[in-house]
Design a protein around this ligand. Structure first.
Ligand code: PLP
Length: 429
């Protein structure tokens, strides 16, 4: 079926789908089933979108019920009111006002427009390794070579180093570095900007870069720098939000309350839903707050709202934040064992169910394993019934938040077996 689709689908689908050639018939919990009836444990969850797993019965019932009532339009609806109330309760500090969208990049663009409206300034600072989507307004914030050949990039965008301590941009070691990256960022912003920074946008943990966890001083340091510039701090919690890291918000770990939060992915339980959440004062800034100025065709529709409401109620009722913390710890412990066992496992890290592995040819030079090897690892995992983002040297593991300990360990046992094969076949250690 995948082959038949290749005659029609435009190239450029997610690598994980292309490499697998899977055609999926259905999903149930943490399991995906292909059209031939083969089952796969899902450590990918649509890049952390399927926080509830697949076909969660309560989610299905809520969507079915809403489909029979009303689905589109921007009028007030019961699920939207309930969702907005719940978001106001859950969001940190004074962040109580939400505008709803469908995609992640769309919400990030809206957050940037909001920051510009509020500060009356126009520059935006992002990070090396950062990712906030691929639309025109955010493409300059892609912190690697993915944006090449899509220029000209939006003016007034600046990228500064992220505290990725395994691959420290300054080649220093934490904590002896004294957080020199923050000093460098201060210097860079002083000499390269026009002094008109509207926002600094940061992922509390970088997802696309490989589930990177910055040290505890980093986020508060970035918030201080934002304040020095009279800029707003946007925390892009698209992946880290709603329990993924074992806390409700990724920024909770570092005690930071941002000025604006962007959320998406898991918030809709699989339905396209994203949000910009901020304070009364900031969201009333013009022109953002003018009628129709921050809205969109699908944003906050009754169906999207029902999805968000059901997803959040399930996350709370089933205590999935706690589950992420508990099962994540068990998984990290198991990953530490893999690091002991294989020299090509250079680092393992994780917070909640957002875990990462660095696969290296050499632990000293940290040279990443080649794609040939990592793609072989991906196929070995797949053959044994595990879908995971093991096709790149910075492996990301983010199963549904509903995963149970036994399934999590079963998946890591498959990864262990697959690593053993690849290490043997490719002459690694
Ligand atoms: C942190 C972050 N922000 C924004 C986005 C963009 O989301 P979307 O693909 O829905 O536009 C992503 C996507 O992976 C992301 O990881």
């Amino acid at each position: 079926m995948h082959r038949a689709e290749q005659a029609y689908v435009a190239p450029g689908l997610q690598r994980i789908a292309q490499l697998s050639e899977l055609a999926i018939a259905r999903g149930n919990g943490c399991t995906l089933v292909d059209v031939d009836g083969n089952e796969y444990l899902d450590f990918f969850a649509g890049v952390a979108v399927a926080s509830l797993g697949h076909s969660h019965p309560r989610f299905v019932r809520a969507m079915q019920a809403q489909l029979e009532c009303v689905t589109v339009g921007s009028f007030t609806s019961e699920p939207r009111l309930a969702l907005l109330e719940l978001l106001a309760d859950l969001a940190p500090g004074e962040l109580r006002r939400t505008q709803l969208y469908s995609g992640g990049a769309e919400a990030v663009e809206a957050a940037i427009r909001l920051a510009k409206s509020h500060t009356k300034k126009f520059e935006v600072v992002g990070f090396w390794g950062g990712f906030h989507g691929k639309t025109g307004g955010v493409i300059g914030l892609i912190g690697d070579q993915w944006k090449q050949h899509w220029g000209p990039l939006p003016g007034g965008t600046h990228l500064v180093p992220y505290a990725d301590c395994y691959r420290c941009p300054l080649k220093l070691t934490y904590p002896n570095c004294g957080m020199a990256c923050l000093d460098l960022i201060r210097q860079q912003l002083a000499v390269t900007t026009a002094g008109e920074i509207a926002a600094i946008i940061v992922e509390p943990m970088q997802g696309t870069a490989g589930n990177v966890i910055p040290p505890p001083e980093f986020l508060p340091g970035i918030q201080a720098i934002a304040k020095e510039h009279g800029a707003l701090l946007i925390a892009d919690e698209m992946i880290t939000g709603f329990g993924r890291t074992g806390a409700m918000w990724g920024s909770d770990h570092d005690g930071v309350v941002p000025d604006i939060m962007t959320v998406g992915k898991g918030v809709g339980g699989g339905y396209p839903l994203s949000c910009v959440i901020s304070t009364e004062k900031i969201t009333s800034s013009k022109p953002w707050s003018n009628p129709s100025a921050s809205s969109s065709s699908y944003g906050g529709s009754p169906l999207a709202s029902a999805a968000g409401l059901a997803a959040l109620e399930i996350i709370l009722k089933e205590d999935l934040v706690k589950n992420a913390e508990r099962v994540g710890k068990v998984m990290l412990g198991r990953l530490e064992v893999l690091k002991e066992k294989y020299r090509c496992v250079g680092e393992v890290r994780g917070r909640g169910l957002m875990l990462g592995i660095e696969l290296v040819r050499d632990r000293t030079t940290k040279e990443p394993l080649s794609k040939t090897v990592t793609q072989a690892l991906y196929q070995e995992c797949l053959r044994r019934g595990l879908v995971a983002m093991t096709y790149a040297p910075s492996v990301r593991i983010n199963p549904p938040l509903t995963i149970k300990e036994d399934a999590a360990l079963a998946g890591l046992a498959i990864l262990d077996e697959a690593l053993e094969v690849v290490v043997r076949d490719h002459g690694l250690q």
